[in-house]
Write a protein that binds this ligand. Sequence first.
Ligand SMILES: CC(C)(COP(=O)(O)OP(=O)(O)OC[C@H]1O[C@@H](n2cnc3c(N)ncnc32)[C@H](O)[C@@H]1OP(=O)(O)O)[C@@H](O)C(=O)NCCC(=O)NCCS
Length: 446
Amino acid sequence: MAMSFEEYCRDVFDPKKIFGKPEPLKGKRFLSCTQYILGPSCANYLAELGAEVIKIELPRRGEPMRHTTPFNEPKLYPLSKQMPEMGTGLGFFGANHNEYFLSVDFHKPEGQAIVKMLANKSDGVVENYRAGTFDRWGIGYRQLSQTNPRIIYQWLGGFGGWGPGRKRASYDILGQAQGGCFSVTGWPLDKGGNPSKQTIWIMDYWGGMMGAFQILACMYWRDNVSGLGNFMEYSQVQGAQRHLSDCIALYGRHGLVPQRWGNYDPLVSVHGIIKCGKSSYPNSKNPQELEEGFILVSAYKDADFAKLMKLITRDDLAKKYATHDERIKAESQYEIYPAIEAWAKDKTKEQARDILTKEGINNQPVWNSKEVSNQEHFHLRGELEWLDDPTFGDVQSQGPAFHLSDSPPRHKWAFKPVGADNEYILGKLCGFSKTKMAELEADAVI
Ligand SMILES: CC(C)(COP(=O)(O)OP(=O)(O)OC[C@H]1O[C@@H](n2cnc3c(N)ncnc32)[C@H](O)[C@@H]1OP(=O)(O)O)[C@@H](O)C(=O)NCCC(=O)NCCS
């Protein structure tokens, strides 16, 4: 073959060619009745793959996530045409790409009629309100499937629609707390630690991905097997609990409750994050950058561990902990990691990286958002992009996380103001006249 594998990948995944290629979900239409991140990210993944996604929000103010942003700024203006002095906070950013923005008041009978009309012309609905809210409004799966039995309805909730906990409100943080995740995150007590939350909403984005995955399975089943839709329940808490890996099995088999381990790993040693003694940016005005750096080191195979110990001139530890069974004990880890940190005390994370890499020891400095943003690798591959957004101008954004050679995902725009596509969608799919739409807008139905 003339091309190397690298050349082949560079060619078939070339970000510059993406917009000339077909979209795998083109022709599929979904309503996204979603708020915060869990539901929106699910619909976002479908829109990245080319589905026509219509996000439906409360008229004028939109959904709550538009009003969340770090330190109240920066915002992307306007929020809606009725509120040009307000903007959308960056909390909304990242989970609503490529969508059409419609505003509908679900309380009002005319609003509910619009949802029904749209659902009759759609493949599916993504929704993440409380258990039973849409059913109470008469626009849940039970009602919509009467006129569109092919509809695929993905409801993402906190605890599911049945069982004693079903009525509670849920958020990513609650899912992770009840699902058991935080109990194993953070430093152990003898290191002065507490349980620790993830700063990013990892269970929301994971839940959204699970929802999109289930929708694809349902579309396959409908289009190739049954001809029928499906009602899907995704519980955010159970999604979090599903991630506990060995923790539940350990308790079930041995009655042991897994503990927090900080930056050490309870299953693999050495496989953790260590502190270097020096800042990479000693002259920075950013206090975070004045801190010492951190680096991940992974050397759990016996030969790699021996190499690492030799490098840090601790052959004694190489002998003492020559086997993984010895290394993985808690007391061993408490001796090994401080020894590596003692070696890194007079180094920046980049200096540690260079030395470890030269010795063939797997490592990675812990990067901040600025360092991530400036990585050539991500930019070349379209994983970080400067989006020329039609409404907001240049915005730096993460690209879709996966690449498809022949029908790739893509970002066309980040999002739009509340109700920006009311005329387009209601004209195209409901046949409403401009006068009718003006009346609905005056009555705050849309
Ligand atoms: C996020 C959550 C706690 C919010 O709870 P909540 O606002 O009390 O209840 P619901 O989500 O059922 O929303 C109902 C309210 O939405 C408001 N609303 C939002 N969009 C609306 C619209 N387009 N039209 C009319 N009302 C709307 C109304 O005020 C309505 O209140 P009502 O019950 O008086 O009619 C809840 O939706 C939830 O637990 N969802 C599942 C888990 C989840 O996705 N969490 C967020 C991601 S972390």
